[in-house]
Design a protein around this ligand. Sequence first.
Ligand code: HEM
Length: 471
Amino acid sequence: MDLVMAIIVAGMIVLCFCSVLLKWNEVKYRKEGLPPGTMGWPIFGETTEFLKHGPNFMKNQRARYGSFFKSHILGCPTIVSMDAEINRYILMNEAKGLVPGYPQSMLDILGKCNIAAVHGSTHKYMRGALLSLISPTMIRDQLLPKIDEFMRAHLSNWNNKVINIQAKTKEMAFLSSLKQIAGIESGSISQPFMAEFFNLVLGTLSLPINLPGTNYSRGVKARKKIISILSQLLEERRASQETHLDMLGCLMEKEDNRYILSDEEIIDLIITIMYSGYETVSTTSMMAVKYLHDHPNVLEELRLCLLQKEHLTIRERKKLDDPINCNDLKSMRFTRAVIFETSRLATIVNGVLRKTTQDMELNGSLVPKGWRIYVYTREINYDQFLYPEPLTFNPWRWLDNSQESQSYFMIFGGGTRQCPGKELGIAEICTFLHYFVTRYRWEEVGGEKLMKFPRVEAPNGLHIRVSHLTR
Ligand code: HEM
C-alpha cells in the first residue's frame, strides 16, 4: 500500500513540475499582441509533437488557433503561417525585414556567401550571376546536351537488374549537376566528391554542435574538402587558360559589364547550385517513378500520349542516338503535368523559412525581432477547392496552363526568392523520365516503407526490378 501511495505522490509531483514548466515557458513568451498558440516545453518547445505528428500537429493547431499561430519548434520561437494571402505577403516583402531563416547548421555548412545567407544588394548580384548560368538560352545550348548525355549513360545497363531507385536518383541529381557545373564525368574524381557532398547534405540538417562523430562535424569537414577540390579546379583552369563551356567557365569569365565574383563567392554559388537542386530533383524523380508504377493509365498516357505526342512518339522521330532538344522538351506537356502532380501529392517541399530582422506587425499581430516564420504551404496542396479530389494522382488537372501561374501555386516558392532553377529542374526530370519510360518497364520489389514527413524518403531504399520495354 505504501508503495502505491509513493507512486501516486511521485506521479503528482512530476505532473505539478511539468505543468509549472509548461506555464513558465508560456509566461516567458507572453507579450502583448502575439498571435495565439502554445510554446510547449522550455528549450524543446513543441518539436517532438511537430516531428511525431507532422501535418496533423499543424492541422490541430490551426483548428484551435487559426491559420496564423505561434509555437516553438526546431529550437526557435516560431510563427506558423498557413494563410495563402499572408504567405504571399511574407515572400514578397524581404525588404521589410522578412529574410530567409534557415537553421544555423545550414548557414555554417553552405557558407556565408550562400544565397540563403545573403540579403539586399548582395542577394541581387548573386542571384543575377546564377540566373545568367541557367537562362533558357543556356539550358538550350549548353545544359540540355550535357543532361541528355548524362541520362543516357546513367540509365544504361539497368536491364534485368534490381535497382534502388532512391539511390539512383540521388546519384543522378548530384552527378548531372557536376557535369553541368564543371564538365566532370562520372568516374574517379566524382566518386570521392559525391561521398563528401552526401556528408555535407546530412550536416546541414543537424544540431550545430561540433563534436567528433556528429553529422554536423562530418558536414563541416566535407565543406572544407569540397572547398579544396573546387579551389584546385579554379587554379588549374587559370593556369591552363583554356575556355570551358560549363557553369564554372562562365563564372570565371571576366566580362566588363558584370560584377566579378570573388573565388569565395564562386565556390559558395557552386555549392548552392549543387545543394538546391539535389534533394528536390532526386526526390521528385523517385516519387514520379513510384506514382507511375501505381497508376498504369498515367504511364500509358505518358508513353503514348496520343494527343500530346510525347515520349514514344518523340523517340520514333529520332535515330537511336539522337539527343532530345528544347523543342522536344516543350512538347512534353503531360510529363510537366506529371512532375507538378508528383510535387503536389508527395509534397516534396512543405514550406520555407523566414525570420524577422525587427519587431513587426503581421496579420494584426506582433512578430518579435529574430522570431522564425514558417511559411507552411503543404496544406494548399490538399485543398479540395483548388484541387478537386486532392488525394488522387491526377496529372490531367495541370494541363490547364493557368494552374501554374496561380498565386497559391507555391511548389517552387514565391516572391523575390522564387526558385530560379525551376526550368532546369524540370528539364532534368523530363529527360530522366524520357529515357526511363522509353527504355524500361519495371515493377516494385515491394513492401518498402515510404516516409512523407518531415522529408519524403524511403528509409530502406525503394527497389524496383527493371526489364527492357519491348514494343
Ligand atoms: C523540382 C525541383 C525543385 C524544386 C521543387 C525547388 C523548390 C524551391 C523552393 C520552394 C525554393 C524557395 C526557397 C525559399 O523561398 O526560401 C527554391 C529556391 C531556390 N532554388 Fe529551387 N527547386 C528545385 C530545383 C532547383 C534546381 C535544379 C536548382 C539549381 C540551380 C535550384 C536552385 C534554387 C536556388 C539557388 C534557390 C534560392 C533562390 C534565392 O534565394 O534567391 N532549385 N527552390
